[in-house]
Write a protein of this length. Structure first.
Length: 165
């Protein structure tokens, strides 16, 4: 069982009261992945959000599609370390959209996860806790969208300069 003191450091769980943390602790499940395992696969459907507590993962995305089926167009977008207690797969409990990237274990990893079914159960037991988590997830996703927008502008600028020469 995951330690509540650790949960209190996780951004998407901020603002929860001690009894809400205990409820959350009771629904989190443990998962282990070996180095090289895919935790999430781009374009697959999933209903699970993960919290990395041990190890490192890399987030990749296929950036070149349909050009050469024999070559991988995967680009590493980020490396996440357990020391930062990152979460990923948030869309899994918010809706049924396809995964937007791959998450691959770069080392052996220990994660905790919540399925949409378990999150919905949490919501029936404590709607305020579910609301707070959803609000926190919205902020995380908003920050990621802002970062993606900045990177897109950089990419478009570089492409423009390259085409002009």
């Amino acid at each position: 069982m995951i330690d509540i003191a650790l949960l209190q450091k996780v951004r998407i769980f901020s603002g929860l009261y001690p009894q809400q943390m205990q409820l959350l602790q009771s629904i989190l499940k443990e998962a282990r992945f070996s180095k090289g395992d895919y935790i999430l696969k781009e374009d697959s459907l999933g209903d699970t959000i993960y919290l990395l507590t041990e190890g490192k993962v890399k987030v990749t995305k296929e950036l070149v599609k349909g050009i050469d089926e024999n070559k991988s167009g995967d680009k590493v977008l980020a490396s996440l370390e357990a020391s930062l207690l990152p979460t990923f797969g948030e869309n899994g409990i918010l809706g049924h959209a396809p995964r937007t990237a791959n998450v691959i274990a770069a080392t052996d990893c220990l994660l905790y996860y919540i399925t949409k079914q378990d999150f919905d159960l949490l919501a029936t037991k404590d709607v305020n806790a579910a609301y707070q988590i959803t609000l926190n997830i919205a902020q995380v996703l908003s920050d990621r969208l802002h970062s993606t927008d900045e990177n897109l502008v950089k990419l478009a600028t570089a492409l423009y300069i390259a085409v002009q020469q």
